[in-house]
Design a protein around this ligand. Structure first.
Ligand SMILES: N[C@H](CCC[C@H](N)C(=O)O)C(=O)O
Length: 269
């Protein structure tokens, strides 16, 4: 059976998107693994399933390239907003999206030509913000851990470019402090409200950007008084604007969403 998909990216963090209202995926874990492969598959950071919801307008599920399912994906949520509006699945410019870490609200920025090139997402309230000691045997002494619905470890460094991501990423992704593994961000303060960040994602490795990771980075920087509560997080694939609201504690993330191509592929097996 052939499945139609759309390849999209948010600041270079690229996923395969399938509308499961039309193309149900029985084994998304296996599909994510096989389709994410660069040479024998489509090539992506993972697989995103768009579906129905009984509590919101639509739902999303996100599977990393290793097949692990995540609670939330910031870059994908913006792309879903673009997908739903531009393909006529909704005419709303404020969309409620059910995720495994609760219902998120997408605010679409629509051009006069009815194109959605940017979206602001209410990412919810960060929780479990804490300083952690990484202990002996690790290349860094401490970091700020927190949850954006999914787990993050933010490590502040003097020079983000010099971090050996392939060398230290896997080690920290599997740190015993995080029984479900963790997404690891390396952050360098580059200005009053500017942060350079590189990421090793749980289940996908190095990605060009991480939406929840950018939120975690901005929150950790504000929490440690390294930056104000509004900041720009510059990653390899692009920059996201983050605001950790003083009023209600919600994190709002604004950034791009790009549709690359449509295709079709056979289900695995
Ligand atoms: N690797 C993440 C899921 C994708 C999150 C990221 N791509 C984003 O944009 O938030 C995890 O396992 O929690």
């Amino acid at each position: 059976m052939k499945v139609k998909f759309t390849k999209m990216h948010g600041a270079g963090n690229d996923y395969i998107y399938v509308d499961t209202l039309r193309y149900p995926i029985a084994d998304p874990r296996r599909a994510a693994i096989e389709w994410s492969r660069p040479h024998t598959g489509i090539g992506s950071d993972g697989l995103v399933l768009i579906g129905a919801s009984s509590v919101a307008d639509f739902s999303m599920r996100i599977f990393n390239a290793d097949g692990s399912e995540a609670m939330m994906c910031g870059n994908a949520s913006r792309c879903i907003g673009k997908y739903l509006y531009e393909r006529g699945l909704t005419d709303k410019t404020e969309i409620r999206l059910e995720t495994l870490s609760g219902v998120k609200t997408l605010h679409l920025h629509v051009s006069p030509q009815r194109q959605v090139d940017a979206v602001t997402v209410d990412m919810g309230v960060p929780t479990l913000i804490r300083r952690v000691e990484l202990g002996a045997g690790y290349p860094f002494g401490e970091g700020i851990a927190l949850s954006m619905g999914n787990p993050h470890l933010v490590i502040f460094v003097d020079d983000a470019e010099s971090v050996d991501l392939p060398g230290v990423g896997p080690l920290l992704e599997h740190h015993p402090l995080f029984p479900h593994r963790v997404n690891v961000e390396f952050a360098q303060i580059t200005g009053d409200a500017e942060i350079r960040m590189r990421v090793w994602e749980r289940g996908s490795g190095i990605t060009q950007a991480c939406g929840t990771g950018a939120c975690a980075t901005a929150v950790a920087a504000a929490f440690t008084h390294r930056s104000p509560r509004r900041s720009a997080v510059r990653m390899d694939g692009g920059t996201l604007l983050i605001h950790w609201s003083e009023a209600d504690g919600t994190v709002r993330m604004t950034g791009p969403a790009v549709s690359v191509f449509d295709g079709e592929i056979s289900l695995p097996g």
